[in-house]
Design a protein around this ligand. Structure first.
Ligand code: SF4
Length: 399
């Protein structure tokens, strides 16, 4: 079990945000999460994650007292924030499984038949899943076939303006903390945008196609303006001059007793002088409607579970900062919540393992199909999936 900087290209999955991550937790000043809101009442539960306390704060979310502190930003519809997303919500605008995901080492096998590979050579790039991240867990819950396309077939997906904007905003919010506290201002943050966009383009040249056919640069200028507005809104929700994050873009990975590996990237970790931990995630979309909040919090309880397993400490507060709507959603987890999410993840992993072994990845059409890049391969839309690239257990073969 470990926390470490985000994996580099070629290494397995990185979930969130664009940049590399922090290192082991350092003592930090800020953020004593002592401004807990009363439970506003029962939260409808589209999924089994139960929320012990939820609060939505519009504008100027009160900072945890005890010194400098802050709150945290994504939202309804297709999530535009970092590569990781909410749960059952809109399509994860983040990076799909291309380039590393919950996938493992190549599987060796032999003969490719008309159906699945049976004891044969596995096509390059095909991987059996070996770990789980919030985004990919969401994929499987949304549609098992989508999970297969992203994690096992690793089919390419087109970059989107929304997802890329989310990545850019994440990068700016992360880098802003490089500056001395007093210099973490709106103008300073805006100044970071062009440079971070250039860095992103350098790392992922394919993003240039987003603005192909825009010789005047009008679309790019509008898009950058939208990113700027999101960054500016963040300052109405948190005060970075009063925050000293312990970690930014922290890659975390933990192995459960069952052997299941959970991994992801946490946007920000604040540690109060008391040692209390707050996990913060920025979302560039809008906050979900109340009936979908449990889903939005799934990712955060996932991270809380990982931190708990790693450090033996249950985070005091989980905080989603929605830059799209200017709201902050918080959740104060208790042990029972984390045990519940762990059971849920184990059940999910069993289902993934079964589908991997049998090659039975069923499409589950929903309105979210409109955001799916793989309709041409989906039987629900008259498409045909690629030949299943992994070995299928002989006992599972049909016919
Ligand atoms: S288009 Fe097909 S593969 Fe994509 S989400 Fe819908 S059912 Fe799943």
């Amino acid at each position: 079990m470990s926390t470490s900087p985000r994996p580099q290209p070629g290494e397995p999955e990185a979930e969130h945000g664009p940049e590399g991550g922090g290192t082991a937790a350092a003592p930090a000043h800020p953020a004593a999460p002592d401004d807990l809101e009363p439970d506003p009442g029962p939260v409808s539960a589209p999924d089994p994650v139960r929320v012990s306390a939820v609060a939505v704060v519009t504008p100027a979310a009160p900072e945890p007292s005890a010194g400098p502190a802050g709150g945290g930003p994504e939202a309804g519809g297709p999530d535009a924030s970092g590569p990781d997303a909410g749960v059952t919500g809109g399509p994860d605008a983040g990076a799909p499984a291309t380039g590393g995901s919950d996938a493992g080492s190549p599987v060796t096998a032999g003969v490719v038949t008309g159906g699945p590979v049976i004891g044969g050579a596995v096509p390059a790039g095909a991987r059996a899943p070996v770990s789980l991240s919030p985004s990919r867990a969401n994929d499987f819950m949304q549609c098992p076939l989508l999970y297969r396309f992203r994690v096992i077939d690793r089919l390419p997906e087109k970059p989107s303006e929304a997802a890329t904007r989310g990545t850019l905003v994440h990068a700016v919010l992360e880098r802003l903390f490089d500056a001395p506290a007093a210099e973490r201002t709106v103008p300073r943050a805006k100044e970071l945008l062009p440079g971070q966009w250039a860095k992103l383009l350098q790392a992922r040249p394919e993003l240039a196609e987003l603005f192909a056919g825009d010789p005047e640069g009008a679309r790019l200028a509008r898009w950058l303006g939208e990113a700027e507005a999101l960054v500016e809104r963040w300052f109405t929700l948190e005060d970075p001059t009063r925050l000293e994050p312990a970690e930014r873009e922290l890659f975390v990975e933990a192995e459960l007793d069952s052997g299941l590996r959970l991994r992801g990237v946490i946007d920000r970790v604040d540690v109060a002088p008391t040692g209390e931990v707050r996990i913060v995630d920025y979302k560039t979309g809008k906050a979900p409607r109340p009936e979908y909040r449990d889903g939005a919090l799934f990712q955060m309880t996932f991270y809380a579970l990982v931190v708990w397993r790693l450090k033996g400490v249950i985070p005091r507060r989980l905080q989603l900062v929605y830059l799209g709507s200017g709201e902050v959603l918080t959740y104060d987890p208790v042990e029972a919540d984390l045990r519940r999410v762990e059971r849920r993840l184990l059940a999910l992993w069993d289902a993934i393992a079964h589908a991997t072994a049998t090659g039975d990845w069923r499409p589950r059409p929903t309105k979210l199909c409109g955001w799916c890049d793989h309709q041409e391969h989906c039987p629900e839309f008259g498409g045909t999936p690629p030949v299943y690239p992994l070995p299928v257990l002989p006992s599972q073969r049909s016919g």
